[in-house]
Design a protein around this ligand. Structure first.
Ligand SMILES: [Zn+2]
Length: 526
């Protein structure tokens, strides 16, 4: 929309009559643009757009007696801003009448933690303003004329942004800044008064409850630190609040902290394509998954790990999940455990320590026969493993499959004669070996290939602890934000870059609708 309610309010017959012909054309173009956009919006419904059914217009669904007019179902987004001294960001209508204002408590999208306003506090903390930033409209919203720098202007609203100042070389520690952003209105020669508007991301069905825009209390670099504290340091929202208050004398509500993290997730969303592109190009990819809870529903946290990139995904434990992530286009080597979804990939390796643990289980069986077999198989695999490690340092004159043909043959024989064994654990292990035989023994011929899936297991370990602390995520949007931010943080770490500083630049760009900075470069040594 080109014209805000504030703009339209000033336009009437009298004003139009006074406009010269060429300006009338400009005004008409703007009006036409907005009318067409409104027309398309009127025709939009969940059947012909990405709008989820919950965004149906009030007349499209059964009336809800609890909600006077269904028009104010949108909520949640403005909650952080509602805590700022000046109230929520001006949308198309900067100051809606009180009765029209959507209640921030309505709807199901309550952020976790203490609900906003539960202590009856707004932002009571008085902060000394350190910087000023004035936002002027560049063009007249009505006629399109350029508004010159010296044209008379006046402030119509403002918001404060708390951020961490860029580091000063040679100094340690953090310096906070409080910037007062003043929005100005300017009168054009045509008589129209235009207002500078803070940038705001258009509605996105995937991020219904997460707002993204310029009008924010928490600045981008401080937001980067909050994300780091939450994910990398695994601090709860309440602990982050306590830390900021104790160490920096900065009071933020847990609601603002939670919203900051989810907004950072939405801001990082366009990076997912770049992460996937890097993953798909990797020569070797370690994959593993662990259970994850999303508001009590059992899902899986997947880790796809290359030498310089990590991609986390939260979703079902299905083949489709992996297909979608790898877009069927992955031609490198996949290293995994024996989980069935991985078996579709021919170019694959198995994690030997994983198999070794299973053989150890057999070796420790109280059934003497099974224990003996387990020990023998474990011994054979250990011999092969030692040979592979030795071959990496000192390539042998005879290829390992030839040199260890007798051991391989014996292992194969043990597997074959016991594939119908009455002992379920033994039967299951030997069948697993037979099923994946070529995949398991491939490193014998190519000893430089990895033998373990440690990289993926390691990449999950940190988040397994998070899961115990936080009990998972609470919504689809929360899961998406978590997986994205975890991916960005781990990828930055692998590339030797500062995750919070990079996230700060990402959030700063996303809040203005600009292209995001590229992922940190892959160091030459990696
Ligand atoms: Zn004008």
């Amino acid at each position: 929309m080109r014209l805000s309610k504030h703009d339209l309010f000033q336009m009437d017959d009298e004003w139009l009559k006074k406009l010269p012909a060429e300006l009338l054309l400009e005004v008409s173009k703007r009006l036409l643009h907005d009318v067409k956009e409104l027309q398309d919006r009127l025709n939009q419904n969940p059947g012909n757009s990405s709008r989820p059914p919950s965004t149906k217009a009030p007349w499209e669904k059964a009336p809800d007696p609890a909600v006077g007019n269904g028009a104010s179902t949108k909520s949640g987004g403005g909650e952080a801003a509602a805590e700022t001294a000046e109230g929520s960001a001006p949308a198309q209508e900067p100051t809606p009448p009180v009765s029209e204002r959507p209640s921030p408590r309505k709807g199901s999208g309550k952020p976790p933690g203490k609900q906003l306003g539960s202590q009856g506090h707004g932002r009571t903390q008085k902060l000394a303003v350190t910087d000023h930033c004035a936002h002027r409209p560049d063009y007249c919203a009505a006629c399109g004329a350029t508004l010159t720098e010296d044209a008379e202007s006046q402030a119509y609203t403002a918001w404060d942004e708390i951020d961490i100042a860029p580091p000063v070389e040679g100094h340690i520690g953090l310096m906070f800044s409080v910037t007062r952003h003043t929005l100005l209105e300017v009168r054009c020669a045509c008589g129209h008064v235009s207002r500078a508007m803070p940038w705001r991301a258009p509605p996105d069905a995937q991020w219904e409850k997460v707002e993204l825009g310029e009008w924010r209390l928490v600045g981008p670099r401080l937001a980067g630190v909050i994300v780091l504290l939450a994910l990398r340091m695994r601090l709860s929202r309440a602990s982050i609040r306590e830390l900021l208050r104790e160490v920096f004398e900065l009071t933020l509500s847990t609601g603002v902290i939670d919203e900051t993290i989810r907004e950072a997730g939405r801001a990082s969303f366009p990076l997912e394509d770049a992460l996937v592109a890097d993953i798909v190009q990797a020569a070797q990819l370690h994959v593993d998954e662990t259970s994850w809870s999303e508001s009590g529903v059992l899902l899986w946290l997947w880790a796809l790990v290359s030498t310089s990139t990590v991609l986390y995904l939260i979703g079902p434990r299905t083949r489709e999940m992996l297909d979608n992530a790898l877009q069927d286009g992955y031609t490198g080597i996949l290293i995994s455990d024996g989980y069935v979804v991985y078996r579709a990939w021919k170019n694959r390796l198995r994690c030997w320590p994983h198999l070794m643990r299973k053989l150890r289980g057999l070796a420790e069986s109280s059934d003497g026969r099974v224990s003996g077999l387990g020990q023998e198989m474990e011994g054979l695999l250990k011999t092969l493993m030692a040979a592979i490690y030795a071959a990496r340092i000192d390539p042998p004159p005879i290829a390992l499959p030839e040199r260890y043909a007798a051991e391989v043959k014996r292992l194969r024989h043990l597997c074959e004669v016991h594939q119908m064994d009455e002992h379920p654990a033994l039967r299951s292990v030997v069948r697993e070996f037979l099923h994946d035989w070529k995949v398991i023994l491939r490193p014998l011929a190519e000893p430089l290939l990895p033998l373990s899936n440690n990289a993926a297991e390691q990449a999950l370990r940190h988040w397994v602890i998070s899961r115990y602390i936080s009990h998972g995520t609470r919504s689809e949007e929360g899961s998406r934000a978590f997986a994205l931010l975890a991916s960005v943080i781990e990828t930055c770490r692998r590339r030797g870059a500062s995750a919070w500083q990079y996230l700060g630049t990402v959030i700063a760009a996303a809040r203005k609708g600009l292209a995001l900075p590229a992922l940190p470069a892959i160091p030459a040594a990696a």
